[in-house]
Design a binder for this molecule. Structure first.
Ligand code: GAR
Length: 209
């Protein structure tokens, strides 16, 4: 059985969706870089062990990442799932977990890497918005996309309604992608990313128009 660690910094609604999904893999631990993250309570309630590794207590990014890396090894983790983990990871850490670490980002990547995606979508007047699950590489929000949830932006949308609507899509697609990795529907190979045995270049799309 695939052993999963979830890395969080905040509310953890995506963690909750993963807990509720009855994955064929097992969430063996949750790491937060913030002691006050509500995600920790969600994990504890589900009987999942937690570790708080506060980035502020380490002299630099590498030292913080080394401690996280060791914790993941101690738990025997196969797959690292970033769920609202708001720290940039060092190149060394990313390369150690290459092909075994995924992230969810609230935009249709490659559009709107970084922060404040909902505001930027509204400011540009985009017709579509959504979220992307992707492998993590050293470049921010740039690894191969595995799946996207797409929604149509309404005339009435505000940053708050978009945040809610994107979250809903995230809770749908993240557990699905994690399950696909657990049951090997998605595989990271030296020939590329396979989905149902075939190399894919573009993400699988889920639409909620
Ligand atoms: C999610 O919307 C996720 O896409 C975003 O943080 C939120 C976490 O919510 N992640 C990023 O912006 C990463 N670049 P949650 O704590 O309720 O799961």
């Amino acid at each position: 059985m695939i052993k999963i660690a979830v890395l969080v910094s905040g509310s953890g609604s995506n963690l909750q969706a993963l807990i509720d999904a009855n994955l064929s893999g097992q969430i063996v631990g949750v790491i937060s870089n913030k002691p006050e993250a509500y995600a920790l309570e969600r994990a504890q309630r589900a009987g999942i062990q937690t570790a708080v590794i506060e980035h502020k207590q380490y002299p630099n990014r590498e030292a913080f990442d080394d401690v996280m890396h060791q914790q993941l090894l101690d738990w025997g983790v196969d797959l690292v799932v970033l769920a609202g983990f708001m720290r940039i990871l060092s190149a060394k850490f990313v390369s150690a977990w290459e092909g075994k670490m995924i992230n969810i980002h609230p935009s249709l990547l490659p559009q709107y890497k970084g922060m404040h995606t909902h505001q930027r979508v509204l400011k540009t007047g985009d017709l579509y918005h959504g979220c992307t699950v992707h492998y993590v590489t050293a470049e921010l929000d740039a690894g191969q996309a595995l799946a996207q949830g797409v929604l149509k932006v309404s005339y009435h949308d505000t940053t708050e309604t978009l945040a809610l609507r994107v979250h809903e899509l995230e809770h749908l697609i993240y557990p699905q992608v994690v399950e696909w990795i657990c049951n090997q529907t998605i595989q990271h190979t030296s020939n590329g990313v396979l989905y149902r045995g075939k190399v894919i270049k573009a993400p699988v799309q889920f639409c909620k128009i």
